[in-house]
Design a protein around this ligand. Structure first.
Ligand code: 2AM
Length: 184
C-alpha cells in the first residue's frame, strides 16, 4: 500500500547530456565512495521533507504560478564536506537566487516548514568519498530551462528521485523590480 506521505523537494533537474559529462569527469577523479546516479543529479531549490500526499496538488499549483526566466549556471567550484563532493557556482546568478527566494516565500506562505539555513546552490556528485580531489579544476555551463518537484524514494536499487511535475522557465519574463528605472 502506498504511504500517505512523500519525501519531497523542488530542484533543477540536470539535463541528461550535462549529467553524462559530469559523471565521466567525476569518475575520472577515482575518489571511490558512492557516486550519485546520472539520473539523480539535481540542484535542490527547496527541501520539504515528509509531506502528506494530499498536499501535492497545492504544491503543483504553487509551482505553476512561478514566472522566472532561464539562465546559465556556471558550475566552476568544487566543494566538499565529510566525504561528500559537490559542484557549485563561484558566482550565484541573480536569476537563481530570485527563483529560489520566490519558491521559498510561496512555500512559507502555505505553511511549509523549510530549512532555516540560507540557500546554498550545490549539486552533489559523490558521497562517502575515500579521497579528496587534488588539483582538479572544473567549469561546466548548465543551461537552466526548467524546475521540477520530486519525491525521494527508496528502491531495491537505491534512492530514486521521481519527478511529480516540471515547469519551464520562460524567456522574456522580468524579475520583480527589474523594470524599475534608475533614479534620474
Ligand atoms: P544534498 O545533495 O546536499 O544531500 C534530496 O534528498 C535532496 O534534498 C538532496 O539534494 C539533498 O541535499 C537535499 N536535502 C536532503 N535533506 C535536506 C535537508 N534537511 N535540508 C535541505 N536539503 C536537504
Amino acid at each position: 500500500m502506498p504511504s500517505d506521505t512523500l519525501r519531497l523537494f523542488f530542484a533543477l533537474p540536470c539535463p541528461p547530456e550535462l549529467a553524462e559529462a559530469l559523471c565521466i569527469w567525476r569518475d575520472s577523479l577515482a575518489l571511490g565512495g558512492k557516486p550519485v546516479a546520472a539520473d539523480n543529479l539535481h540542484l535542490t531549490l527547496a527541501f520539504l521533507g515528509q509531506q502528506p500526499r494530499t498536499r501535492l496538488e497545492e504544491l503543483q499549483l504553487l509551482a505553476a504560478g512561478i514566472e522566472a526566466p532561464p539562465f546559465t549556471l556556471d558550475l566552476d567550484r568544487l566543494g566538499g564536506h565529510r566525504g561528500t563532493l559537490w559542484l557549485e557556482p563561484s558566482q550565484m546568478p541573480s536569476a537563481l537566487a530570485a527563483l529560489a527566494a520566490d519558491l521559498q516565500q510561496r512555500l512559507l506562505a502555505i505553511g511549509m516548514p523549510l530549512d532555516s539555513r540560507p540557500f546554498r546552490a550545490h549539486l552533489t556528485l559523490l558521497r562517502h568519498a575515500g579521497a579528496r580531489p587534488v588539483g582538479a579544476t572544473v567549469d561546466f555551463a548548465w543551461p537552466v530551462e526548467r524546475f521540477a518537484l520530486y519525491a525521494s524514494e527508496n528502491t531495491a536499487r537505491g534512492v530514486r528521485y521521481r519527478e511529480l511535475g516540471g515547469w519551464p522557465l520562460v524567456p522574456g519574463l522580468r524579475r520583480p523590480g527589474s523594470d524599475r528605472r534608475p533614479p534620474q
